[in-house]
Design a protein around this ligand. Structure first.
Ligand SMILES: Cc1cc2nc3c(=O)[nH]c(=O)nc-3n(C[C@H](O)[C@H](O)[C@H](O)COP(=O)(O)OP(=O)(O)OC[C@H]3O[C@@H](n4cnc5c(N)ncnc54)[C@H](O)[C@@H]3O)c2cc1C
Ligand code: SF4
Length: 512
């Protein structure tokens, strides 16, 4: 049995970033990652392999509340889900941290407000090479520094959309994006600005994902060790139940045991809840840190829709995810509740329309449809409800109980987008693209999963304290999207990254 100062379980946005933050301390750090390195192969950029054959989706089976099995869109690799992400790295809006009214009820106040997160957002943007521009988006929260890199430029068709939107009185903005692109010096740019980014792994390691940005640099420190194919099965505690004393790992088929002064769980919202629940013992009969019965509850994953508008002219855009519209984020004169964010997604390709195209665009072939497609992604806030939760079934598999909430705003947002089309030289219909993020089965689109171990001041209503330490244990932390008390309506990763940096500062002080 080997002993470390810190064990971090999971190497994605939360765990990977924390490992890099702690690496210079010289503390002995062990990262346990259930997956391996995502293979670098031509299939990384093949739409059929990635979107139709789900080449990089885990073989996990989860169950819904009716006990129906489904394959979640989970990605178990060094770097976690960020290997596949679109790298749209938004800050939550300042107002998202405060309790606010939505169509279906109030959201909770965060125990730590935006002002305390702000310096960590700035660090996170630097670390993850975020390209953006302050000032265009009327909902941008105050920032202490400009983006470290200029915005990723719009290609001509997206510039036309931007100009059309501005003429019609909207306030389109550049989407903040984490890619290693140097538009001023293309021969030396790591990113080649290709058309297979959002939802694909990056073959040339130019996406600011947690493997490239955090885990590999952390491993340059001699005090950091990574075990791949190391799935943590259980956390054991001392007789008092206050301390995690052993981490039990299935390492490529062998049971191994590790110890550390501090144990950090960062397995992604559903799997972190699973690990705590399956670590139940006589001091924690409902699962570790679950005296309040909050572990697994308040699961959120956004109300999201991928929509295609057909352009009258062909859309030759290569890298499309450069535009964001937040005019309706907080509501509109004709609707008082927050509606959410509109952004572009990666340019769709023919194979992604299998199943949808003939129905919605008769006469169009799949490739024709892709050539004319302009692709939007709408995100609305879903609410943290106690009954929306992760539990374990009798086999110990994840069972996800989820009822949709707050759907009216996203439907309104869709109508708003519909209303924009006439200004943008687009056909007047929006077509769903259900393959993006595996949305044929709605609950399988787990990309934005969060909640399940929310942080808070009150141990009766939260799992973690304000430092993301479990209220009921002295050395157990959870540092991934599980800690979110509410989800807002922008993509979650930058907040998970900023929080990992924030918790990192606390841990450095603790371990000093
Ligand atoms: C297709 C796609 C597009 C996305 N686009 C965006 C975007 O543009 N912007 C954005 O902000 N977000 C995006 N997201 C979401 C983003 O990737 C996640 O919010 C983020 O990665 C969550 O970070 P995390 O640390 O909570 O979990 P993850 O990054 O998923 O990391 C969890 C890690 O834990 C490992 N693990 C799980 N269980 C165990 C165990 N028992 N033992 C050991 N290891 C374990 C997993 O293998 C994984 O590596 C996207 C997601 C997907 C799937
Ligand atoms: S656009 Fe750049 S970062 Fe994205 S996949 Fe292509 S090369 Fe990689």
């Amino acid at each position: 049995m080997s002993n470390f100062d810190i064990i971090i379980i999971g190497s994605g946005a939360g765990g990977g970033t924390l490992a890099l933050k702690l690496a210079p301390s010289g503390k002995r750090i062990l990262i346990l990652e259930r997956g391996g390195y995502l293979p670098r192969e031509k299939e990384n950029w093949d739409a059929t392999e990635v979107f139709v054959k789900n080449r990089y989706v885990s073989k996990d089976t989860w169950y819904d509340q009716h006990n129906h099995p489904f394959q979640p869109g989970s990605h178990y690799f060094v770097g976690g889900a960020t290997k596949m992400y679109g790298a749209a790295l938004f800050r939550l809006r300042q107002e998202d941290f405060k309790a606010h009214r939505t169509a279906d009820g109030m959201t909770p106040d965060w125990p730590v407000q935006y002002e305390e997160f702000e310096p960590y957002y700035t660090q996170a943007e630097r670390l993850y090479n975020v390209h953006g521009q302050l000032g265009d988006d009327p909902t941008d929260p105050p920032a202490s520094a400009p983006y470290p890199f200029p915005p990723v430029s719009h290609e001509p068709r997206i510039q036309e959309l931007t100009d059309g939107l501005k003429r019609a009185g909207y306030r389109p903005a550049f989407a903040p994006t984490g890619i290693l692109l140097n538009e001023g010096n293309p021969p030396n740019s790591q990113c080649i600005r290709c058309d297979t980014c959002d939802g694909f792994p990056c073959l040339v390691h130019a996406k600011a994902d947690a493997e490239v940005i955090a885990v590999r640099p952390a491993l340059a420190y001699p005090n950091v060790t990574l075990l791949t194919n190391a799935r943590v099965q259980r956390l054991e505690t001392s007789a008092t139940g206050r301390t995690v004393t052993r981490v039990l790992v299935d390492h490529a088929g062998q049971l191994e045991k590790y110890t550390a002064d501090v144990v950090v769980v960062a397995c992604g919202a559903a799997n972190s809840a699973k690990l705590l629940l399956q670590s139940a013992n006589d001091k924690h009969p409902r699962g570790l840190a679950n005296g309040s019965d909050q572990v697994g509850r308040n699961y959120m994953f956004h109300n999201a829709i991928a929509l295609v508008a057909l352009s009258r002219r062909e859309n030759h855009t290569v890298f499309q995810k450069t535009l964001s519209v937040n005019d309706f984020y907080f509501g509109a004169p004709d609707y008082e509740f927050p509606m959410g964010n509109i952004q572009m997604i990666g340019k769709s390709k023919g194979p992604m329309f299998q199943g949808d195209a003939p129905k919605f665009a008769p006469g169009f072939t799949l490739d024709q449809m892709a050539r004319h497609a302009v692709d939007f992604w709408l995100t609305g806030e879903d609410l943290p409800l106690p009954q929306n939760r992760v539990t374990l079934n009798s086999q110990g598999d994840i069972q996800l109980h989820y009822e949709f909430t707050n759907l009216e705003p996203i439907n309104r947002l869709r109508q708003k987008l519909q209303g924009m089309l006439e200004h943008l030289d687009l056909h007047p219909h929006l077509i769903p693209n259900s393959l993006y993020l595996g949305k044929h089965i709605p609950v399988a689109g787990v990309g934005h999963q969060s909640g399940t171990c929310r942080f808070g001041a009150d141990p009766n209503t939260s799992v973690l304290d304000v430092h993301c330490k479990a209220h009921e244990l002295d050395n157990l932390y959870v540092v991934d999207t599980s800690f979110f008390p509410s989800i807002g309506a922008v993509n979650p990763s930058l907040t998970a990254i900023a929080n990992a940096l924030r918790v990192g500062d606390h841990l450095l002080e603790r371990l000093h």
